[in-house]
Design a protein around this ligand. Structure first.
Ligand code: FCB
Length: 449
């Protein structure tokens, strides 16, 4: 049996996001966010579900932290609901909302679990949406102020900060395809949202440095490992285009390389230029301390000269998981190798990686999510290989601690290592939770068990 040992000091954790688990959407003076508005509109979410209650984590956070401790988690990534701490997204501060995050951070630290805080995981205060949301440049300034507030209030105990989660998803799915909040379909608005989101990231990094707080700050992007569908040279070019429109669009500006030319030309040709002002690119390129990497799968790419972008995703060849992702465990190591090489070997935290496995409890009540275990193991084997080759990966956060509100899919898609019974709010650790505890305990992974 081969055991793959991770480097000493490597951290193991799990990730969640506020709207997906907290519930208590209208308690203690929380303001509404665009996800409340969106999910309350008929036809937006499967079966008309919403995050009003979700995992009721707002009330059950103590038990959930206890569960994390039992599982052996060393670090926990959660997000702050902006409208809970600033109901309109500007102006008034809600002390009751801040107190919740105070309690949560203290509970984690009591159990020796390092908090990693995401400032924005898609739930823009509705008050800011009413002023134009991410299409409005002022939103970036408001985000900088909100970030400063969080550094001031939690920065004595929280030392790991993530500005934005997956800007490509909330900008494009929120403003181009309309599958996510705020449900807009307009490429001109999408282009503005992209630039203002990146500017917001830059403002938050600047606010962190100005706060004088100790710790580290970075951004988390959504990633797919792109592979050529065949070995023609034009197919390799198509892969590079896919990387431009996805990876380089968000990593490029952050790492001081600016927007890819192909992307700028495309958006301009659609009458949707990025609203870049003097000084913006410098602000966005403020040095970060780590790169957050989220990765779930790969995509095969082929040329598509008839499409404006010049490429498309080819038909999948691997088995499909419930959300349509190809089961591609090699994708994590591959992407980490690519991004490390492309951007000069930055320090990396895998801020999300996981598997949707909708296994329900068996007759004995146990949840045997073996597909999840097999794929997670494969992801970790690949990650280990990338680290051996020199990638500077220091932590891994599994998505997710518990089954939760999976955005437009509602509660049908289960990504948790812990099963949530949404009727009773019972938490039942799945077989994969026991497996992961063992990975943590041994700081490594057995090739087969
Ligand atoms: C990511 C999101 C996260 C969760 C997983 C499955 O794109 O960041 O909130 O929905 O996908």
């Amino acid at each position: 049996m081969t055991f793959l040992q991770f480097p000493g000091g490597f951290q193991w954790g799990a990730a969640t996001a506020a709207y997906q688990i907290e519930g208590a959407y209208n308690e203690d003076d929380r303001g509404l966010s665009i996800w409340d508005t969106f999910s309350h509109q008929p036809g937006t979410i499967e079966r008309g579900e919403n995050g009003d209650v979700a995992c009721d984590h707002y009330h059950r956070y103590r038990d959930d932290v206890e569960l994390m401790a039992q599982l052996g988690l060393q670090t926990y990534r959660f997000s702050v609901s902006w409208s809970r701490v600033q109901p309109w997204g500007y102006g008034a501060i809600n002390e009751k909302g801040l107190a919740f995050y105070d309690r949560l951070v203290d509970a984690l630290l009591e159990k020796n679990i390092q908090p990693a805080v995401t400032l924005y995981h898609w739930d823009l205060p509705q008050g800011l949406q009413d002023l134009g949301g991410w299409a409005n440049r002022d939103t970036a300034e408001r985000f900088g102020e909100y970030a400063a507030l969080m550094f001031e209030r939690l920065g004595d105990r929280v030392t790991r900060w993530i500005t934005l989660n997956e800007p490509i998803v909330f900008t494009l799915m929120g403003h181009l395809t309309g599958r996510m909040a705020p449900g807009i379909r307009d490429i001109r608005i999408a282009a503005r949202a992209i630039h203002h989101a990146l500017l917001a990231h830059g403002r938050a990094v600047a606010a962190f440095r100005a706060s004088g707080r100790a710790g580290e700050i970075g951004i988390t992007n959504a990633n797919t490992s792109y592979e050529p569908a065949d070995d023609r040279p034009e197919t390799q070019q198509a892969v590079e285009l896919a990387r431009d429109f996805d990876s380089r669009l968000f990593h490029g500006p952050v790492f001081g390389r600016g927007y890819p030319g192909s992307v700028l030309r495309y958006y301009e040709s659609k009458g949707a230029p990025f609203p870049i002002e003097d000084g913006d690119m410098e602000a966005i390129a403020a040095p970060i301390d780590f790169l957050g990497v989220n990765l779930y799968s790969r995509a095969r790419i082929e040329p598509a000269p008839e499409r404006g972008v010049g490429y498309r995703t080819a038909a999948p060849t691997l088995p499909l998981l419930p959300m349509g992702y190809e089961a591609a465990p090699h994708a994590l190591g591959d992407f980490v190798r690519w991004v490390s090489k492309e951007y000069g070997n930055p320090r990396i935290y895998i801020t999300e990686n996981g598997v949707c496995d909708n296994t329900e409890p068996g007759p004995d009540g146990a949840i045997d999510d073996h597909v999840r275990i097999d794929l997670l193991r494969g992801f970790l084997v690949g990650l280990h290989g990338a680290i051996e080759e020199g990638a500077d990966v220091r932590a891994y956060y599994q998505w997710s601690l518990l089954d939760n509100f999976e955005w437009a899919y509602g509660y049908r898609m289960r990504f948790g290592m812990v099963y949530t019974d949404f009727e009773t709010q019972a938490r039942i650790p799945k077989r994969s939770a026991a497996w992961y505890s063992e990975v943590i305990r041994r700081n490594g992974v057995e090739l087969i068990d």
